[in-house]
Design a protein around this ligand. Sequence first.
Ligand SMILES: Cc1cc2nc3c(=O)[nH]c(=O)nc-3n(C[C@H](O)[C@H](O)[C@H](O)COP(=O)(O)O)c2cc1C
Length: 327
Amino acid sequence: MVNLATDLMGLNLKNPIIVSSCSLTHSPEGVKRCADAGAGAVVLKSLFEEQIEADTGDLLDDAVPVYHTEELDYLANTAKGKAAEDYLELIEKSKELVDIPVIASINCVTNRKWTEFAKYVEAMGADALELNISLMPKDFDEDPMAIEQHIYDIVSSVKHQVNLPVLVKIGPYFTSMPRVAKNIRKAGASALVLFNRFYQTDIDVDTLDFRSKNKYSAPGEMSNTLRWVSILYQRVGCSLIGNTGIHDGEGVVKQLLVGAKAVELCSTLYIHGMGQINLILEDLRKWMMDNDFETLDEFRGSLSQKNTSVPEYFERQQYIRALVGVD
Ligand SMILES: Cc1cc2nc3c(=O)[nH]c(=O)nc-3n(C[C@H](O)[C@H](O)[C@H](O)COP(=O)(O)O)c2cc1C
């Protein structure tokens, strides 16, 4: 009998499929739809640090600076909004409606006073808190080590406020991913989400306007995640969650083989609908039965870099013509 149960940071997931932060989890009803469709857990749509600061102005000494350009619209239109309050209600109502873990999410770039808000997230009953941290290096003189240190400071400031497990979702662009992963763990993260998929900027050459391109990922975008989950597996002391480009059962199997504890996904749900969760779970079960596995632990990490017989495979960065056979 196949058992898909997954222990993630002390949370019991009935299966390793987590709906990642997106508009599908922006309302309690949306969260319920994910749970009804069979998800093992959900990450709520992110609240931005600037929204917290704008809405809890009494916590702050300074005017609200804007770091995420996405926030300009929000702050212009609803400077006296109540996004932070609404977010706490979203957590509370979602927890009432579903019995799967509900993970809150905050998009952040500083360790300012907003981090105190994490306490309220915990008090409302969130099972964990995911921090989506992506610092855009705009300063031509900024030391990369200072940028990295800033990430660690955010994580430890938040951990200082809560006992909740904290997941950290990062992008793929670091000079030394192993070092960054290890230090994020040291700062207090219980899990790393590899990797966030950034907004895809594009230009319309007819109108000369900027626009976004490929809002949803494609299955071909998964290899960087496979590489790093494989290399970091059992080497940083925290759980690894695969994200970006995981669209089907085969993608989930691959992530588990390289060592992912669970996966986060959403593009495939926008493209194929919520029924995709069940199809993924059926495919995963079938693959496990065909290969005589009863639990995920029996094969998780078997193709990680430390366990595979070809550990150098995931280190390859360049093509060698003779190997590929392409002239
Ligand atoms: C419409 C949409 C909204 C998203 N909103 C958020 C968000 O608020 N916070 C966040 O951390 N990620 C957000 N994401 C990113 C996803 O959580 C996920 O990291 C990314 O899409 C890669 O996973 P996928 O390949 O399964 O789509 C969003 C993605 C989409 C498509």
